[in-house]
Design a protein around this ligand. Structure first.
Ligand code: FAD
Length: 273
């Protein structure tokens, strides 16, 4: 069976905490292999992410893995965070560069995620299983796909154990990327990042920023649904589930669902598989 994992963001307000608490029992019932908690670059979630990881581990008995982005951070800060995570019992981290919030100039001690992966390995040996990010449709700042792949390889050579993809809505992009990765001599599992669709306007804005393509046929259907949220959700779940089915048939090693701390859209996809 294909392993599934869920991604959460760390709640910062009481409303957000309540939202995550509502979603957790239903998501936990799907037996995720692990869950991960995102991290805001530039220190904005320096305390929220560890708090959320601790809560998920201690109160919900979930294997919670922190994301750690290095841009804007110092070696000392990152060493301290990793020590806290190790002491909490975390054995898996998702190591990222992150993006500096606009207006924030200080780049910190690390420029790219491969430097963070090397740092973790040199300071913490094999204490952590390290996941990194990868981009079947290329990272938006990459000069071209080949350069992006070469940069991905640096992270693997630095010691990454696995990679989670940016989300995509075109299974062929994943399969082509997997072939390219294999041809480049990289041999780590490529878990597919999956974005269930609930709010399409928000998804469109977000996809423009992170460079994920929304195929025209999906966009035109969604546009036609207007404010009909039921139709949007049903169509979204059908489209994402049928893509996941293709990925599973094609031997994908894992599905990592971006839950946005809500259960409904994620469950709608899983129920269709
Ligand atoms: P890198 O691997 O460093 O790549 C960034 C860019 O630089 C790419 O264009 C790459 O080709 C290029 N590059 C890489 N290495 C080098 C090098 N040595 N020399 C020259 N160029 C290089 N962001 C957050 O802030 N918090 C999160 O919790 C978070 N979680 C994420 C989870 C997943 C699964 C994914 C896919 C993304 C996540 N992101 C998160 C977003 C991520 O931080 C951004 O996409 C960011 O712009 C790149 O991060 P990276 O780790 O892929 O960077």
């Amino acid at each position: 069976m294909t392993a599934i994992s869920f991604e959460f963001f760390p709640p910062k307000t009481d409303d957000q905490r309540a939202q995550l608490q509502r979603a957790l029992p239903q998501l936990k019932a799907r037996s995720p292999e692990y869950v991960s908690v995102t991290f805001g670059a530039g220190g904005s979630t320096l305390s929220y992410t560890p708090e959320a990881v601790r809560e998920l581990r201690e109160s919900h008995q979930l294997d919670a893995a922190p994301h750690l982005s290095c841009v804007g951070g110092s070696r000392e800060e990152i060493r301290e965070l990793l020590t806290r995570y190790r002491d909490m019992g975390c054995r898996r981290v998702v190591a990222l560069r992150g993006d500096l919030p606009s207006g924030m100039a200080a780049p910190g001690d690390f420029r790219y995620a491969n430097e963070l992966v090397s740092f973790i390995r040199s300071e913490f040996g094999d204490s952590f299983h390290i996941e990194v990010a990868c981009y079947p449709e290329s990272h938006p700042q990459a000069r071209d796909a080949q350069t992006d792949l070469a940069n991905f390889k640096r992270k693997v050579e630095a010691g990454a154990n696995g990679a989670i993809t940016q989300y995509f809505f075109n299974a062929d992009a994943y399969f082509r990327f997997r072939d390219d990765v294999a041809a480049a001599g990289i041999d780590i599992p490529l878990t597919a990042g999956v974005m269930p669709i609930s709010n399409f306007a928000q998804l469109r804005r977000f996809s423009q920023m992170c460079g994920a393509e929304i195929p025209r046929w999906i966009d035109t259907h969604m546009t036609g649904f207007g404010d009909d949220t039921t139709a949007i959700r049903q169509f979204g779940a059908d489209v994402v589930a049928s893509m996941c089915r293709r990925l599973i048939e094609g031997g994908v090693q894992g599905l990592h669902l971006y839950t946005l701390n809500r259960a409904q859209a994620t469950l709608a996809v899983l129920d269709r598989l």
